[in-house]
Design a protein around this ligand. Structure first.
Ligand code: GUN
Ligand code: ZN
Length: 439
């Protein structure tokens, strides 16, 4: 029989055991281990060794010196079927849903479309250096099924669930309470806890579910402890007004979900731009978290998320592409958009805070920090090797940061990594490992 699979990756290791303040650029806020060895045994990180302690002959060496090795990114809100509508011109949220998104999502009723779409999507995540994701498929059980199966084939961490929507959506994109409950029960039994899949009760957003369906979703959460919940909240002002009309008893948009019993530690709510202090207190008290989607928020013109207020009030925040409202699956592009959104609010987001939120911060918020998020013994080896620079401009900029351009002083590690984050994308990716397997 074959012995254990043992890899030794040598690279510039960077990860974030501490949660940096939003503007913290200090060296202590990051863990930087240049040229170190990451030892991986049977999919898990076994040890990290300094450069001069090369491991023995029973470890297969992989020379990634001069490359940046990060924990795989975690995208906490993204839509599988919306690769069909990414980069669609000219609308804000509610028009965008009607004009582009709903028509495209109807195609996923066809199992062949759902399978091809799921495969394309999962491959694309990995090609962008994202090794874990919280994902919306469509209302069709077959689309959820295809997504779980595609993730399982790659061995990647996926949180997803059939989308619930029983009103205010076109024919072919609506379910009903009893059918939806039966689909959810079947999918939970089949996929929750299978491999690295977990089930999320997936209310699209308050307007597309009747109160009866919201109550059913809450009952699922009560009946199956350990499920996740994902939805959208307070993204767009027209949407917020519509929710107030549809749910006059609720104190706020977020309160609709509280009343249905949907807020808990494993609840991931996308956007949360138009929340008030009472909403943020409710998020903190229930342990629910916000997926900040800066690319989508800029592209659809939704607004500028107040990350500082969330941090002040103790609300966990992770980062998400929200493709196809967002315009790229790349977490570097997403984090750069987060930097720009926060700059418009007067906050200069550090690369450390941004990268932490996209790795260890998200892992903690999702309760996955024993599994992923850090380059640390015991974690699964979901890791990505990145080129420090791609193309002449980035190469020059990186040389400046390293003090290799005459007349300019060497810069801090933060300055170098911030320039990398700003100038890089999926083209910088050299290799992705999922649980120690190169994919
Ligand atoms: N709100 C309800 N559905 C959606 C969606 O698909 N994308 C975004 N960005 N917001 C939504
Ligand atoms: Zn979304």
């Amino acid at each position: 029989p074959r012995g254990p699979v043992r890899l030794a990756l040598q690279a510039d290791l960077l990860d974030f055991p501490l949660a940096p303040a939003l503007e913290d650029t200090s060296a202590q806020a990051a863990r930087w281990r240049p040229d170190h060895w990451l030892l991986v045994e049977d999919g898990r990180i076994a040890a990290v060794l300094p450069p001069d302690q090369a491991p023995g002959a029973d470890w297969a060496p992989h020379d990634h010196r001069g490359q940046l090795l990060l924990p795989g990114f975690i995208d906490t809100h993204v839509h599988c079927p919306q690769l069909d509508v990414i980069a669609s011109h000219g609308t804000s949220l509610l028009d965008w849903l009607e004009t582009y998104t709903f028509p495209a999502e109807r195609r996923f009723a066809d199992p062949a479309v759902a399978r091809a779409g799921a495969d394309l999507f999962v491959q694309a995540l990995l090609a962008h250096g994202t090794t874990a994701a919280v994902v919306f498929p469509t209302v069709h059980a077959v689309a959820a099924e295809a997504l779980f199966a595609a993730a399982q084939r790659q061995g990647m961490r996926l949180i997803a669930g059939k989308v619930l929507m029983d009103r205010h959506a076109p024919e072919g994109l609506r379910d009903d309470v009893d059918g939806a409950r039966a689909d959810c029960e079947r999918l939970i039994a089949r996929w929750h806890g299978q491999g690295r899949n977990a089930y999320a009760v997936t209310v699209r957003f308050a307007p597309t579910s009747t109160p009866a369906q919201l109550a059913m979703a809450g009952a699922l959460m009560r009946d199956h402890p350990g499920l996740y919940m994902q939805t959208h909240v307070a993204e767009n002002t027209d949407e917020v007004r519509w929710v107030a009309e549809l749910f006059p008893q609720a104190r706020s948009y977020l309160d609709v979900y509280r009343r249905a019993g949907l807020l808990c530690e494993r609840a991931v709510l996308a956007h949360g731009i138009w929340l008030d202090d009472a909403d943020r207190a409710l998020l903190r008290d229930t342990g629910a978290q916000i997926a900040f989607c800066p690319s989508s928020n800029l592209f659809l013109g939704s607004g500028l998320f107040d990350w500082a207020a969330a941090q002040r009030q103790g609300v966990p925040v992770s980062l998400a592409s929200d493709v196809g409202g967002g315009t790229s699956l790349s977490m570097q592009r997403t984090l750069l958009d987060a930097y720009k959104v926060q700059a418009l609010r007067g906050v200069r987001l550090s690369a450390w805070a941004a990268l932490h939120a996209a790795t260890q911060g998200a892992a903690q918020a999702l309760g996955l920090d024993q599994e992923v998020g850090l380059l640390e013994p015991g974690r699964l080896a979901d890791v990505v090797a990145w080129r420090w620079a791609d193309g002449p401009v980035a190469e020059h900029r990186d040389a400046v940061a390293r003090g290799q351009v005459p007349g300019l002083p060497v810069q801090s590690l933060h300055a170098r990594v911030f320039a990398w984050l700003t100038l890089s994308g999926e083209h910088n990716r050299l290799a992705t490992w999922v649980a120690g397997r190169r994919v």
